[in-house]
Structure formats: structure tokens, C-alpha cells
Design a protein around this ligand. Sequence first.
Ligand SMILES: *Cc1c(COP(=O)(O)O)cnc(C)c1O
Length: 351
Amino acid sequence: MSSWPGIIAYYREHLKVDHRATPITLLEGNTPLIPAPRLAAEIAPGFDLFLKYEGLNPTGSFKDRGMTAAITQAAFEGARATICASTGNTAAAAAAYSSRAGMRCFVLVPEGKVAAGKIAGALAYGAEVIQIKGSFDDALTMVREISEKRPVALVNSLNPYRLEGQKTAAFEICDSLGRAPDWLCLPVGNAGNISAYWMGFCEYHANGKAAARPRMLGAQAAGAAPLVLGHPVENPETVATAIRIGRPARGEQALQAAEESNGRIIAVTDDEILTMWRRLAREGIFVEPASAAGVAGLAKESREGRLNLSGATVVAVVTGHGLKDPDAVIQRAPEMKIIPAEVEALDKLIG
Ligand SMILES: *Cc1c(COP(=O)(O)O)cnc(C)c1O
């Protein structure tokens, strides 16, 4: 069997990345689509649920798909530096792919609001990490402006190549199921990913690679739900830091994807997110809190009688790895027991 070449080489004919560009790749993509029958049965009888485990990408989130495309194109165009605003995962991915391309990378993150594993990644990969006394939305405004003045490539999902790369996850899902799912559930923050998935499903459908298109179910955190409320949120707050965004750059496109697909974007509370986050871990799938929002949204819609899942095939995207946010676990776990290094003590504890 020949080995996986990364998403650009594998899906080249479907991507608008310049065909002369040499891919800057860490062999991202080809992530597993894991059946979750026990969890499905708890949500509703008689449907199939699969989890697209995007935490298994090289830097631990789906952002690698977008970043391989954005950095490949930027390198081809001669860029020497990249910049992005990030809630964390974009920073880690931008840092890794920029370093691999020999470019400098600047990342702006909201001070004190980024999970430890993400900052660690960005620093380790060699990015210049700048904390700002403001929100992700403020950071995005700043990098947009500076990238117009300075020769630095903006690699947020405003960059169209990001969506080109991220749409490959929709292709993988269709290739692996042999069809499009009936529903695709995922968390929504800056709204690039839901837009990219919808683009991918539409293109595969138009090319005759999939007979149908799924309905999209996007989930925002209740404290950061501008697309549900219909207006920007000034001070977004949620435990799901990856989707703590009040002014999504791809908001219009996301709403259009929801509407065209006959789907919707809903809000889930932090409690609902954390409950599903724990439940996923009991399935052996450890994700960061934001990643559980899509599945939490599915469960909520079903519980409240707004979804008929009978006979359906549903894919929920779990977007980032749990190891990115160790504090989320440690703060909520019961205190670990400490015993003397004696077998009697262990025996007493277990018994
Ligand atoms: C970026 C991110 C999201 C949100 O994706 P958007 O494209 O911003 O909507 C969700 N989960 C994780 C883990 C992320 O890193």
C-alpha cells in the first residue's frame, strides 16, 4: 500500500492551490471516521453516528488542513512571513507549517484565554507569540490591517486557501462512507470550517462523487453565539475557548451553508458542552471542550424533538485533541489519591 501523501497531493485536482506549488505538508488529513454506536443509541434509536477525529492531525486540530494549503500557496507566491489571530489552534498550525516552509510566523492571541497546549505548540514550533489585551476579534482586526500594510501573509480563515484545504475533510467523509452523510454536525467559531465543509460537499456532489449533500448542524457556545442571536457579541464567554468568538469572519457564509443545506446553527450551553465532552472521553475519544459542541448540539436537537434521526447516517466532527487543554480536565477532575509506596495501602484502596 502506498502511503498517505497529505491532502494537497491526494486531492490536488479538487483544490485551487496553484498546481505548480510544491506542497508544504506534514501529511495531515486522512483522519479516522470512528463509529460510535453506544453513544448513538443514547441519543436516539436506529441511526448511525460516526466521529471524524480531527485531533489526530499533526498539530492536533483540523486547522492543519487549511494551513497546509494557505502556507503552500503563500510560499509559492514568495511570502517570507505569516501572521494570524488565534484562539490557539490556528497559532499552532500556522507556526508548524510556517517553520516547515522556512518562514517567520507571528501569532496574536487574547491574553490568558488560550489553552496551555496550544501556546506550547506555537512556541515550540518557533512562532513569535504576541498576547494582546483584548479578544480574538480585536486580534483579527489588527492582523487584517497590518497584513495590508506589511509583506506578511494573513493565514486566518479570511484567506481563501484555508477553506480550500479544510474542505478536504468533506471529501474524506464521502470517500470513506461511500456517500454523503444525512447530517454533518460541528462546532462553529469563526465559521470557516462549516463554510469549508459545505463547499466540499457541494463540489463533490457537483462532480458526481456524491449523490447527495448533507444537512449542516452548526453549534455555537451559548455565550458566544452571534449567528444564533443575529448580532455580534461584544464579550463572548465560554469554556470552549476555541469558539469564543463574537464576530465570525465567515458568518454570512456559514448562515448561507445552513440555509442552503436545509440545516441550522444552534446554541449549546457550557454545561451541555462539558457533559458531551466527558461522554466522548468515556468513548475513548479525548477532545478539547469546543470539539464536543457539535455532538452536544446533535444530542440537544434530538432530545428536544427537533430531529428525526431514524435510519440516518450522521457524522460529527470532533475538531481538536484533548491534550491541547489539560487544565480543562485537571480543574474538573476529583483530586488524585496519594498513598504510601506499600502494597497494603494499595490493597486497601482497591478493595
Ligand atoms: C478553530 C476551531 C473551531 C472552530 O472552527 P471555525 O472555523 O473557527 O468555526 C472548533 N474547534 C476547534 C478545536 C478549533 O480549533
